[in-house]
Design a binder for this molecule. Structure first.
Ligand code: ADP
Ligand code: MG
Length: 346
């Protein structure tokens, strides 16, 4: 066993102990680097703690340090056209390239004065010129945006991005976001192109790999590692919390469950609960109130007709809060979420 805890409680950062999601990630990587990419935009959705940021970072890291790729991470809360122009014009690999191409960005405060070339005075024109030139010299630009919502800066940027794609620029975009936000964004009438963009819904991590990792880092038996993996339901944040606590406390997993619950509740479940609608909550409560996982049993527990139920069921599935284990049966997707709901009064 190593000295430092290999598990981590922090979000958005690649942990030391990572479970491979190779298939999902390599599909996007292979597509982006193929001669004729089937898509240039994709979105990663999943519940909080499902690993969206880590997945996107893993993909982005595969393109960084490659000669013909420029990777830029943008903050969805600021003017992203401006931010991208600034990033590209300041990129150490590109300063000389833009100079040689006589793209004069000095008026915008983005580059040095170029004699004999009039400066560009509009930021979108500048960005367009940079992208056009980068495409011409075979450089590809990957933009990543974490946690998008349907706000003005995201809408402006994605509409502009659509134009770059139409012009055949070598631009690629990955966005992450909660299902509801991605859904709103792609339903915005200016964003029909996002409708066709693939959405990667993050699935649970492989339980066998989780068990292997617990055995390796915690020295637990096969049986215990399997039980622990089952307890996490493959939910990445739960995998980290359970490993972290067992490592830190040197206790068996059954003894850390109260603390496991505490971390899940404090860091994720309270937030999730505060963001779901009353109707969604009543479906989830219905699932708590019956041991039976059958749709009919849940429906009758909350007295909801079949058509209505179908709408909520679909939404909760998309949000990653429930799973259909087999036809007509539903269970919770997040570990100990049922116990959490049972503690909620409102
Ligand atoms: N592939 C993975 N293997 C193991 N742990 C992971 C993996 N992806 C994410 N995690 C862990 O899950 C938690 C949430 O990851 P993060 O990417 O921040 O989720 P999101 O962005 O969906 O909220 C973090 O603690 C992170 O360490
Ligand atoms: Mg995140």
């Amino acid at each position: 066993m190593s000295q430092n805890n290999p598990f981590s409680l922090s979000f958005g950062k690649k942990p030391q102990s990572t479970i491979n999601r190779a298939t999902n990630e390599s599909e996007i990587i292979d597509n982006f680097q193929s001669e004729n990419p089937a898509y240039q935009v994709c979105m990663i959705t999943g519940v909080r703690g499902s690993g969206k940021t880590v997945s996107m970072t893993t993909i982005a890291n595969r393109f960084k340090n490659r000669d013909n790729w420029i990777v830029v991470d943008l903050n969805p809360e600021v003017d992203m056209i401006h931010a991208l122009a600034v990033e590209l014009s300041n990129h150490s690999m590109l300063i000389q390239i833009f100079k040689d191409a006589k793209i004069n960005l000095s008026f915008l405060g983005l580059g040095v004065e170029l004699k004999g070339t009039p400066p560009i005075t509009d930021i979108s024109v500048a960005l367009d010129r940079m992208l056009e030139h980068l495409t011409k010299i075979n450089k590809k630009i990957l933009v990543t945006i974490d946690e998008v919502s349907n706000n003005k800066s995201v809408r402006t940027f994605t509409s502009q991005f659509q134009i770059y794609m139409r012009k055949n620029y070598s631009v690629f975009l990955i966005m992450t976001g909660l299902y509801g936000r991605i859904f709103e964004l792609q339903n915005d009438k200016t964003h029909t192109f996002l409708y066709r963009a693939p959405k990667l819904e993050l699935k649970p991590l492989n339980l066998g790999l989780i068990a292997e990792s617990y055995k390796r880092y915690l020295g637990v038996t096969n049986d215990e590692a399997n039980e622990m993996a089952k307890l996490t339901l493959g939910y990445p944040f739960a995998y980290q919390v359970l490993g972290y606590l067992c490592f830190e406390k040197k206790m068996s997993y059954t003894d850390v469950i109260p603390e496991f619950d505490f971390y899940l509740e404090e860091l994720v479940y309270e937030k999730i609960w505060s963001e779901i609608s009353t109707k969604d909550k009543s479906v989830l409560r219905g699932m708590c109130n019956t041991e039976n996982t059958k749709v009919e049993a849940i429906r009758s527990a909350i007295d909801m007709d079949s058509n209505n139920f179908t709408v909520y069921r679909k939404r909760l599935l998309k949000k990653g809060l429930i799973r259909d284990i087999e036809y007509g049966h539903l269970t919770f997707a997040l570990p100990r979420f049922k116990e959490f709901i049972q503690r909620q009064i409102f």
